[in-house]
Design a protein around this ligand. Structure first.
Ligand code: HEC
Length: 134
């Protein structure tokens, strides 16, 4: 079927919608990876993150919950910063111990796992206990 001026508006509209959707599919080939609690745990094990990070307690690096809480005023604004730190390493946000680089982690993976980390918060009971210690 050819798209030309002899076609009515009604016939053409669905074609344009289809073309727009196809273009969208082309420019964004794979839906960005998303992590849930289980796949995040697998990811951390696979890449050795767990040797320095735990959900709640400090190890060599900050716990995921502390990272999520710290940047909770602007998690979306932090995604790229954390993703860069995961891929290239970095130091200075939590102390003088550096975070190692992970060149084998893709930009998409780093962004997705950053989103998961930034969504972490202490459970209400832990939060209450933390407030009680203040
Ligand atoms: C050798 C120990 C070590 C390993 C392995 C490690 N990290 Fe880190 N990570 C750290 C340290 C230490 C920091 C704090 C750096 C700083 O003060 O800026 C950190 C910081 C971070 C931050 C940024 C926190 C912030 O607020 O800026 C994220 C996110 C993070 N790590 C995720 C990961 C992930 C994901 C992995 C696995 C791919 C990983 N880390 C592996 C030690 C480690």
């Amino acid at each position: 079927m050819r798209i030309d001026s002899t076609m009515s508006r009604k016939t053409r509209r669905p074609l344009f919608v289809a073309a727009a959707l196809a273009l969208l599919a082309l420019t964004r080939p794979a839906a960005a990876a998303e992590f849930d609690d289980v796949s995040a745990k697998t990811f951390f094990n696979l890449h050795g993150c767990n040797s320095c990070h735990a959900p709640v307690e400090f190890r060599i690096g900050p716990p995921y919950q502390a990272i999520g809480t710290r940047w909770s005023n602007d998690p979306e604004g932090r995604v790229q910063i954390l993703a860069a730190k995961i891929r290239y390493g970095g130091v200075g946000a939590w102390g003088m111990v550096p975070m190692v680089s992970n060149p084998n982690i893709t930009a998409d993976e780093a962004e997705a796992i950053s989103r998961w980390i930034l969504a972490q918060r202490p459970a209400p009971a832990e939060q209450g206990a933390a407030d009680a210690r203040k």
